[in-house]
Design a protein around this ligand. Structure first.
Ligand code: DHE
Length: 545
């Protein structure tokens, strides 16, 4: 049975206006027809584009639940309209931005009005089947095999190509393209900086050796079906020894050998919500960071509202425990980074909160109300003349960069207080970044529903706490692209932003002078397709942001 109908954008926009402005609902009793083939297509599309915010089980997290019962009350036209046009609070405009075709929107709306599929669990044997060591640790070089300044390499994610480009941060030349997992999400440097750990949305982890000539993948494994986070062990004496992958599905964190990616330990995260609340089957692992105080990782469990301190010091000793300290924080933990060197700040994004975790005491030091849906990436740190050390986040849903005091010892009167809410022209921020050698915080807004907003970058004055200048990146709008993820080179003299276009057309990475804000280069080439996150080796290994 084929039930395709080709709705035109105007029709969908009219449906949106009708549904939202007039507040009229189109209650639907029977689920709409969908063929097996369409259901399969929509399952893959949902995994690619929707599961991150709404959950594999569709129970909701950053976005609301997408259960058919609730959506049926709104009607198919309403669901299509929202998918097409997005919402200012962070729901991307999938149709208007060309992420989904009208046909795909039609199939997706019908899929959402039907029951969700039941996703599979995974076993250690299944993980072991995916594990491959391409170059054994004993066969790897003991020193860099090239003369390049590898600590200034920038790993550029080419999202839809399933590749990572290793680019020389000094010469802007491409050093090598390496094949990794599907839709790589982030890179994290090992403690020494020698390795990039890459994690794909499909759960595949890849270990990239930057000392080989050219840099190459030396080991890989797929510990989950859906993942977003990866981190190395960084405590003294444990550098580069272990790696942890945080899975979205199944609800799991997997500890791997840092040199070979052999799976060592699987830790299930399903359980009861903070404070003994509801049982959550889909308790996903969000941001992970390596502690500098103890041999442990700080692991944030999104739907459980808990932050776990996972001790890796006795992993290889038979009969020894794997201590995990569980701290109740709050629901919908997402991304975050260090504020100074003692506190880790993670966004409980749907609650508009920032949770400040004291990594030394393993306690919750403070909760701070940010703007709407804070999205720090890893945040931005600098020293303000009046407020002392501060930390800032952007917000997906409001036109605000939130700045808070971050120095309880030196500036207790400002600590964990919002000292400025800097106005920016668009919602839809994902990332911001600064460096001690730049007077600016660079701020993107790729998820802005406005086409101009999604190609705009702003420079915010770190002393005046005002937006100094915002500009559209020339040529980005013509490519239908979004401008995303500022990253500094090692010395903090340049900042790079990705022009995230479609897979079919090469785009570019734009390079600005970190002081004058002048465009100084464009990194171009047929290989530059769907660039998203960029990670400078030195800055990532040493938590410089
Ligand atoms: Fe991300 C960080 C999850 C969408 C690019 N993203 C993170 C982290 C999490 C996360 C949990 C923190 C990892 C850590 O520090 O250990 N991201 C999610 C989602 O659930 C979400 C909202 C929806 C989804 O379906 O995945 C999502 N993210 C995106 C994108 O659309 C981006 C722009 C491109 C892509 O890959 O799909 C994107 N996320 C990134 C990047 C970082 C990130 C580049 C790391 C930023 C940094 O500077 O550290």
């Amino acid at each position: 049975m084929n039930t395709h109908r080709h709705r035109q954008p105007l029709v969908v926009i009219a449906a949106l206006l009708f549904a939202i402005v007039a507040g009229v609902s189109h209650a639907q009793t029977d689920p709409p027809a969908i063929t097996d083939e369409e259901y399969e297509t929509a399952t893959q599309l949902y995994f690619d584009r929707c599961a991150g915010c709404h959950g594999a089980l569709r129970a909701g997290a950053t976005g609301p639940d997408l259960f058919p019962e609730r959506l049926a009350e709104k009607g198919e036209g309403y669901v299509e309209a929202i998918i097409y046009g997005g919402l200012p609070g962070g729901m991307p405009s999938m149709g208007a931005h060309g992420i989904l075709t009208m046909e795909e929107i039609d199939v997706m709306a019908r899929f959402l009005l039907n029951d969700p599929p039941a996703p599979a669990q995974i076993s250690l044997d299944q993980i072991l089947e995916t594990w491959q060591v391409h170059v054994a640790p004993e066969d790897r070089p003991t020193e860099p095999q090239h003369d390049l300044d590898w600590e200034n390499f920038v790993g550029v994610i080419l999202r839809d190509m399933g590749q990572v480009a290793i680019v020389d941060g000094t010469t802007h030349e491409l050093v090598n393209l390496v094949d990794t997992g599907y839709a790589i999400h982030i890179l994290r440097s090992s403690a020494s900086g020698r390795y990039f750990n890459a994690i794909g949305r499909d759960g595949k982890a890849s270990l990239i050796d930057l000392w080989s000539n050219p840099p190459e993948v030396v080991a890989e494994v797929k510990p989950c079906y859906d993942a977003r986070s990866i981190e190395s062990s960084k405590f003294e004496g444990y550098e580069d020894r272990y790696t942890i992958v945080g899975c979205y599905w199944p609800a799991l964190a997997v500890i791997l050998d840092g040199q070979t990616l052999e799976p060592i330990k699987m830790i299930g995260t399903a359980g009861y919500q903070r404070g003994g609340g509801d049982y959550v089957e889909e308790a996903r692992v969000a941001a992970i960071v390596a502690s500098h105080f103890y041999p442990e990782w700080i692991v944030n469990i999104k739907e459980a509202g808990q932050t776990w301190f996972v001790d890796y010091s006795r992993l290889n000793e038979p009969g020894q425990p794997l201590p995990i300290t569980m701290l109740d924080t709050d629901l919908y933990l997402h991304d975050g980074g260090w504020a100074g060197d003692r506190y880790f700040v993670v966004a409980a994004n749907s609650l508009n909160k920032l949770m400040v975790i004291d990594a030394e005491e393993r306690t919750l030091a403070a909760e701070v109300i940010a703007g709407e849906i804070p999205h720090p990436g890893r945040g931005a740190n600098w020293v303000h003349p009046e407020f002392g050390p501060v930390w800032a986040t952007g917000n997906l849903g409001s036109q605000e960069m939130t700045v808070m005091g971050a120095d309880p010892e030196g500036h207790p009167e400002h600590a964990w207080q919002v000292v400025a809410r800097v106005e920016v022209p668009f919602t839809g921020n994902l990332f911001l970044k600064t460096h001690e050698n730049s007077p600016w915080v660079f701020y993107d807004s790729p998820m802005s529903p406005s086409p101009a907003g999604s190609v705009t970058v702003c420079a915010i004055d770190k002393v005046a706490l005002e937006t100094e200048r915002c500009w559209e990146v020339p040529g980005a709008a013509e490519l239908g692209a979004r401008v995303v993820h500022p990253e500094f080179t090692r010395g903090g003299t340049e900042v790079w932003l990705s022009v995230w276009g479609s897979m079919n057309t090469p785009s570019f990475i734009v390079v600005y002078d970190a002081v004058t804000l002048e465009e100084i280069d464009r990194i171009e080439g047929d290989w530059v397709r769907t660039p998203t996150g960029k990670f400078n080796v030195y800055n990532t290994a040493n938590d410089v942001y």
